[in-house]
Design a protein around this ligand. Structure first.
Ligand code: SF4
Length: 211
């Protein structure tokens, strides 16, 4: 197993174990906390369906090019791993673990299956990725799509940009409290994100600590 797959396996295994230990109340609270993000992801998916699906499917997926999923070691946040695990049924969860056992390929993402991404809710960085050329073409044909796109990008920050309390940070903290550790807990490990949190007064030792 490659280092990337091993780390992904470690995260998903830890998420699985922690979720299995949760009480009904804890699980309900977790689902409640994640729901606004899932609602946002449904909006983003609707945008994709309306403006991009036909282009992406015909030009890239069906031709086998899959340019956006054609990279190994795609970046993932721990919170997205939690979200996708939470909403997945057993079959979808198994697909994730099975994908990680597949032989390593340098020309495509380990999670790319015959029907597309095996994550029920693909990583946020993937969901926002479009080829520049296609984006230009779609936005030229549908000028309103460009402003919707900008609004969605802004809306994403409420979940992922830690200059305020955000879900992605909170979820990591919640699982940390349960003894979970993951290399993908960037809101607790990435110097860049920790700096933003510190400047916002969201970590110990901050000057502008919020009350
Ligand atoms: S995680 Fe899913 S959407 Fe992202 S690159 Fe891999 S297969 Fe594609």
């Amino acid at each position: 197993m490659s280092e990337y797959n091993r780390e992904q396996w470690q995260s998903f295994t830890a998420v699985k174990a922690a979720i299995e230990k949760m009480t009904e109340e804890e699980l309900a609270a977790l689902r409640f906390a994640v729901e606004p993000y899932l609602a946002f992801r449904r909006q983003l998916h609707a945008f994709h369906e309306k403006y991009f699906t036909l282009h992406c499917a015909g030009r890239c997926f069906e031709t086998g090019l899959s340019a956006c999923c054609g990279f190994e070691s795609i970046f993932t946040f721990f919170a997205d791993q939690v979200a996708t695990y939470l909403v997945s049924d057993q079959e979808a969860r198994d697909r994730i673990f099975h994908a990680l056992l597949r032989p390593y390929r340098s020309d495509r993402c380990v999670y790319l299956g015959p029907k597309g991404c095996v994550w029920s809710v693909p990583p946020i960085s993937c969901a926002f990725f479009y080829c520049e050329a296609l984006k230009e073409e779609v936005f030229a044909a549908h000028p309103e799509a460009a402003s919707v796109w900008q609004r969605l990008r802004e809306a994403e920050k409420a979940f992922t940009y830690p200059d305020r309390p955000v879900l992605f940070d909170t979820l990591e903290a919640l699982f940390c409290e349960k003894g979970v550790d993951s290399p993908h807990m960037y809101f607790h490990k990435s110097p860049g994100l920790l700096r933003i949190k510190k400047e916002a007064g969201l970590v110990a030792g901050s000057v502008n600590r919020r009350r």
